[in-house]
Design a protein around this ligand. Sequence first.
Ligand code: IPD
Ligand code: CA
Ligand code: CA
Length: 254
Amino acid sequence: MKQLAKEIIPWLHEARQMILENLNRPMNVETKSAANDLVTSVDKNVQQFLISRLLEKFPEDKILGEEEGMNQLADFSGRVWVIDPIDGTLNFVLQKENFCIMLALYIDGKSQLGFIFDVMKNELYWGGATIGVFCNENPLPKPKDQTLDSGLMGTNAFLYGKNKYHAKDIGNATMGVRMIGCAGLEMIAILKGTELGYLSNLQPWDYAPGCALLDAFAIPYGSMDGEKLDLSRRQPFLAAQPTAYQEIQEKFFK
Ligand code: IPD
Ligand code: CA
Ligand code: CA
């Protein structure tokens, strides 16, 4: 798996360069499901670039990607690459920071590899259950387990505002909530131990790369609708340090 990851990493650096070159150029921005759900020409080009590289090298593999007719897959058996070309597109357009490139490999529905590239910090978090987690070349230490009242919770503004899935109640049981607007960066925060958990409503490409890395540290995650996480649809999503995760289940979902 490490060898495979090392074949993929140069492509992610190329994708990062594509984004940096276009950051301050005029780009085509379109809305999708809502005024704050954007896609740019850069998202589309990065996805197309990664698909071409992957299929050139692994023509038999399947692809699930957020943009341009790639966002549905009927069969998740075998090798499936999951692509979010720019996670945090709204931040990309409005802030020009706080976004990332994400890629995951699943085999028969099980996580194998995850990549989350914080483009502006030039930090690539990558790894998987069998190889551990790295930030660029350096192994990342496993963050310490935490109780719910001992740290910060990443969350989604809409869920928090409406207290959906007890998002506000859960946030209020922590030392504070943070809302970055980029699922990948919230996952990085859990991996580094700067947030104890993250709660949102996510598509598979928003969570799959992060979950592959959480699996390396045995950090639990799941859906809050009582269903199993399912790579074919959006679901309410929670990940947290083991003790905090258990506290959340016991206090809010029993
Ligand atoms: C979005 C971000 C955001 C999350 C949304 C996602 P996108 O991804 O990860 O943090 O709250 O649900 O859709 O659309 O910018 O790739
Ligand atoms: Ca995206
Ligand atoms: Ca996303």
